[in-house]
Structures are given as structure tokens and as C-alpha cells.
Design a protein around this ligand. Sequence first.
Ligand code: SF4
Length: 282
Amino acid sequence: MSPGSRRVGNLIATNAAALNARAAIPFPKRRVSRTIALRELELLEAAYPLAATALEYTSPFTLLIAVILSAQCTDARVNQTTPHLFAAYPTPETLGSAQQSNVEQVVKSCGFFRMKAKNIIAAAHAIATRYGGEVPREREALQALPGVGRKTANVVLSVAFEEAALAVDTHVFRVAHRLGLTLGKTPRDVEDDVSQLVPREKLRHAHHWLILHGRAICKAPVPLCERCPVNELCPTAPLVARAHETRLKKARLKKARLKKAGSGQARQGAPDAAIPRRRRSP
Ligand code: SF4
């Protein structure tokens, strides 16, 4: 491959990647009917029958701390960190009285480590001093703990205490919109809309159906609709197909333009190649 054509190839690849990255698929403007929504959720349930949290934990306390650490961090990274953390600070009492700088060192790789260390120490201290070392089961009490918002409280309620609660993170928000289950502007809106569709006894699992689907198939920014079990019902699937066609069309046009420009340059360079080499003097 000549340097010129390699450069053209690189440019096309770069542009395709950039287009993909920019291609925000618009959310549907209308919700699907209740019948379709229920069928979509049924199919997701069938696709992820063993859905569960990927965070490793041994008690409501270790789950709560893992969920606080998982903000803006992968579950895998948190799972690498928590064994060290709980080996050093196994109880709310020990973590609640730990030196912040020492905890920071342990949770450093989870990002935002100063704030997270501060919050998990303060939450552990509150659990130790206000709740006798037991994580409270009430939403209000949970949300009053440092570093615990509605999403974290919902994870603890649904996973540790098996309560009917739906935690809305970025995957749940996106997938629920793409499936037309909600038009909600906030995580709370999405939580309310989806909660009305899922039977109460299944609500604590719905978060995992949506989150696993968002991670594996319905990815941002490019969902893998051709592999999706809900494809036939999903109002976003045609929008994704259209966006894909537009991307291909743009990439083809770009390639043709670059090819044309490349052959023009070659033509301009041709006379130089025709200049006879000067003969060496004998
Ligand atoms: S069809 Fe596509 S957009 Fe719809 S849920 Fe499946 S992957 Fe997501």
C-alpha cells in the first residue's frame, strides 16, 4: 500500500470512528403502548434470566460501600478494590474511625477517591453510631447517609433487602428511553414510568435486565440492534438503521472525494516524473 492510499484509509477510518462517536441516536418521541412495553420487558427478562449485580458483596454494609465506590467506575475495578478495603476495615466501626488518607490510598483506583473515601468513612460512622452497625432498611434513612442518593439507596433496597425498587443509572435511563418505556427527563421520571409497567415482585430484577442489555447490546452510542431480542418491537431500531445508512453514505462520499483528490495530485505530480534525469558526467 502506498503512503498516499494508507493516509486516505486512515482518514476514512478516523472519520467513521468520529461519526460513530458523534452519532447520538435520538430517543423516540412517543411511548410504546402498554402491551408492547410489557412484551419488551418479558423478552428482556427471558434474555437475562440470571441477572444480578456484578458487584461482589457479603452483607448490606459491604454492598453499600461497593455501590458508593462504583460511581463513575467499573464494577470490575470496585471488585478489585473492596477485598483490600474490607480486609483492613471489616466493619462500620473500623471503617468509620479510619484515617481518611489511609482509606484514600486503598480506593485510589476507583476515581474521585478523596470524595469517595470521605463519604464511605462518614457513612460507616453514621451506621456504627446511629444504627448500631446495621445498614438501615428505610429509604429516608439510607438517603440521609453521606454519599447515598436515590440510585444507591434503590440498589441497596433491591439487592440487599429484596425490596421492590428500581435503580436508574445511565444504562437504565438510555435503554428505557430507546424501548419507548418512558419519555422522562430525569432518572426519577424514568423510575416512576418503568415501575408502573413491571409487576411489583419483579421490579427489583428489572434494573438488571435493563443494565445488562445496555452493557451488552443496547450500547451507547451505537446499539447492536441486529443482535437484539427486542428489535421487532423497539421504536429506536428504525432510527438506528437510518443513522447507520447515513453514516455509510457519508463515509462512501468522503472516500470518493479523497480518491478524486488523490488522483488529481498524482496527475499534477506527473510532469516531475517525466523530467529526464541529468546524466552523470563520465
Ligand atoms: S433494538 Fe436496538 S435500540 Fe432497541 S433495545 Fe435493541 S439494541 Fe437497543
